[in-house]
Ligand binder design. Structure first.
Ligand code: BGC
Length: 417
């Protein structure tokens, strides 16, 4: 090659690098994915952004369910220093958008045809006044029961399909010297169990009336008393070290066979998978007792905050585009335990738990069994939801409180605005 040609080539290469660098932006991402399966999923998001030539600035705030992360986010936004993207979901997206701090990413959504790629129930939540302000990553199902096959075999127990069978299995596990129910110690964990009990005992219509519409009649009626009695009975099968325990440590007890079951959303599957366990062979996923025909949904999404820097804004948009791509939706959800939120994805690489979830998501959207998770911020505003969750946890933790007293507390918490 002649020296002039070489020179021209190196000029072109340098120009390409400079052009790339000029467009490289930094995206600070607030998330709370710090457990085994969660961290792998966050790493997939980071790799996706980096592959576009941008810089990932990690802003991880540990604490399942995201309560800690939301507290930190508020103080950052109040001091005028919002991250580019933050893991916010459900009605909280509307609350943040109402503050005027979120960016309009409609140009990305239009170019990528998000309206036709997302179920309307999800797309509506991602929009504020008709414009997209957040990008969804997945659909988690919350009403799951996770069972250790080894523990159930040792106890000679059968994975329950209703609450009567649940307590039969719990007794058998207890007799075999196994902790029947792995549980942890935050309000959202108590409420994750509570909403599955409400759905299983009361059915989807009761769930919607009591926990979504906050109907006082439903909250103070006989079905609610039965739900609270059943919920409290579950507590008697947990161990005394549950207070303060993180959800993933409770999952680890089931993974090791020290505990028989856990009522938890399918981010728990991310933990089993990260520990090398296989559904069917090592553990069983089943709808929470009595909830096979319902689906409590929990959609993780990233809200995009308004940014001043042009390159960072572009990087933020590239992140939004990447989040909805088929490649990302596959690798992320394989690790996370959830299913892709993007419609018509090929699920060949997904396991039977994910396939069941995908089928049930579609079926329940048609039969009225698809309900938003209250514990995971999908159903009601944060103030009301916080008050109700406090009341439920108070009942869970206070062995002297009656179901009737708890019921009155929950009904009055439902009026908090
Ligand atoms: C989030 C999940 C997360 C889980 C535990 C849920 O509210 O939607 O993404 O894995 O909390 O932290």
């Amino acid at each position: 090659m002649k020296s002039t040609q070489l020179f021209q080539r190196s000029i072109l290469a340098t120009a390409a690098v400079l052009a790339f660098a000029a467009h490289a932006g930094e995206v600070e991402v607030l998330h709370y994915w710090t457990s085994g399966g969660e961290a792998k999923s966050a790493a997939a998001l980071k790799a996706t952004l980096q592959a576009k030539g941008h810089v990932w600035k990690d802003f991880a705030v540990a604490g399942g369910g995201g309560d800690n992360a939301m507290t930190v986010l508020k103080s950052r936004v109040v001091s005028g220093n919002a991250p580019a993207a933050a893991q916010i979901k459900g009605p909280a997206l509307q609350e943040w958008a109402g503050e005027g701090v979120l960016a309009n990413i409609d140009d990305v959504a239009k170019a990528e045809k998000w309206d036709s790629l997302l179920p309307p129930v999800v797309a509506n939540v991602m929009k504020y006044k008709g414009n997209y302000i957040a990008a969804p990553v997945n659909v988690h199902r919350v009403n799951w029961l996770w069972a250790s096959n080894a523990a159930f075999k040792k106890a000679g127990a059968k994975v329950p399909t209703n609450w009567d069978e649940f307590f039969v299995a719990a007794e058998a596990l207890k007799k075999a010297g196994i902790i029947p129910v792995a549980h942890g110690g935050q309000n959202w964990q108590d409420f994750t169990t509570f909403e599955s009990v409400a759905l299983g005992v009361g059915g989807a219509d009761f769930y919607k009336q009591a926990l979504v519409q906050l109907d006082q009649g439903a909250l103070t009626g006989a079905t609610m008393t039965k739900v609270l009695d059943t919920f409290k009975k579950v507590k008697s099968y947990t161990d005394k070290n549950a207070p303060g325990r993180d959800w993933n440590l409770a999952t680890a007890m089931v993974i090791k066979g020290e505990a028989g079951m856990q009522l938890m959303g399918d981010w728990a599957k991310g933990e089993f998978v990260a520990a090398g366990k296989k559904p069917g062979a090592d553990f069983t996923c089943a709808a929470a007792p009595g909830t096979a025909k319902s689906f409590t949904f929990n959609v993780d999404s990233f809200a995009m905050f308004k940014l001043k820097n042009e390159a960072n804004s572009q990087a933020q948009k590239d992140l939004a585009t990447a989040i909805m791509s088929t490649d990302f939706q596959e690798v992320f959800n394989l690790n996370k335990g959830s299913i892709p939120v993007r419609l018509n994805m090929n699920l060949a690489k997904f396991d039977d738990c994910a396939k069941l979830s995908a089928n049930d998501f579609v079926a329940t959207a048609k039969n009225g069994g698809l309900v938003p998770s209250v514990a995971h911020g999908m159903a009601i505003g944060s103030a009301t939801s916080g008050a109700i969750q406090d009341a439920v946890s108070q009942f869970w933790n206070d062995d002297k409180m009656s179901s009737k007293d708890a019921q009155a507390k929950i009904a009055s918490a439902a009026k908090v605005k």
